[in-house]
Design a protein around this ligand. Structure first.
Ligand SMILES: Nc1ncnc2c1ncn2[C@@H]1O[C@H](COP(=O)(O)OP(=O)(O)OP(=O)(O)O)[C@@H](O)[C@H]1O
Length: 276
């Protein structure tokens, strides 16, 4: 990967210490290049969401998650810092899988974070910001005549783009996207993909996806995890056309599945899927 990294992880490990101890992430060191879209892929349960959420300490809202190692945003440590967590999450935004509008108008959904952080001087400036970010996510033309109506009245795909606009409006350095198209119908998913495509030149985006087709279409870089370990990180073309590791080759050609056994261990199987 390139040395022009927006975000780096150093030996990042996450263990869930609830009823059953799970080493969900095992010492992952990675660089996420600036102004590129990186897709995190791998079989179910391999730690994709855990990695994504640990990048802005979102896993901390779950009980029983222990972390070691560190994440750096540029030179700044995400874990060894006195900065309040909301400030970190402003710099490293997160868009969840399920599109959820705040119980506010379309306008206020976008303005929400900007108002909380107090980063505007006048109503005109806020109006401009709302328009700018609705345009960035290709939603302005669809909603400009009904900005005062509830965000929740939009379609699911529109709400997901509204969520993107809300995250972008606080000007994050990095945007984390957790399977942001998986809850959408194909047409809405396509419009969100088009939005991500248009944003990736300007933003550092890190996206978890189950779809290898989507990773091929959208990603500049691909990170492949397997049972909590980093197997391979490479540019998308090299990753799919010339995988360096046998495990990657197996996944790319057959889609490795992981199943948990009754004793709590894991077994692996190969199965062809339509999702490639
Ligand atoms: N809160 C939790 N408590 C205990 N174990 C957890 C918790 N969250 C995740 N895990 C376990 O950690 C491992 C990694 O989970 P994670 O959700 O990160 O994987 P994933 O690759 O995102 O999975 P999927 O593709 O199915 O969404 C799995 O074994 C999962 O069961």
């Amino acid at each position: 990967m390139t040395t022009n990294a927006a975000l780096t992880t150093e030996n990042l490990a996450v263990t869930y210490v609830g009823d059953r101890e799970v080493d969900a992430l095992k010492g992952v060191s990675l660089e996420f290049p600036m102004n590129q879209l990186t897709a995190i892929i791998g079989p179910s349960g391999c730690g994709k969401s855990t990695l994504l959420k640990s990048l802005n300490r979102l896993h901390e809202i779950q009980p029983h998650a222990e972390v070691s190692g560190d994440v750096h945003l540029g030179e700044q440590s995400v874990y060894n810092t006195d900065d309040p967590v909301p400030e970190i999450r402003k710099q490293i935004g997160y868009v969840p899988q399920t599109p959820t509008a705040l119980p506010l108008s379309i306008y206020e959904n976008v303005a929400y974070g900007v108002k909380i952080h107090g980063e505007y001087d006048s109503k005109e400036e806020l109006d401009d910001l709302v328009e700018t970010y609705l345009r960035k996510v290709n939603l302005w033309e669809e909603v400009k005549d009904r900005l005062d109506t509830p965000g929740a009245e939009l379609s699911t795909g529109q709400i997901q783009r509204l969520c993107l606009a809300r995250s972008l409006a606080v000007e994050p350095d990095v945007l984390l996207c957790d399977e942001v198209t998986s809850a959408l119908d194909p047409i809405s998913a396509e419009s969100v993909e088009e939005t991500l495509e248009s944003l990736k030149e300007e933003y550092t985006i890190i996206m978890v996806t189950h779809s290898m087709d989507q990773a091929k279409r959208l990603a500049d870089e691909v990170v492949f995890l397997y049972l909590g370990e980093l197997v391979e990180a490479n540019d998308t073309r090299s990753f799919f056309e010339n995988p360096q590791h046998e495990r990657t080759r197996e996944f790319v050609k057959g889609h490795t599945a992981v199943e948990y056994t009754e004793s709590g261990g894991v077994s692996t199987t190969e199965s062809a899927t339509a999702d490639r």
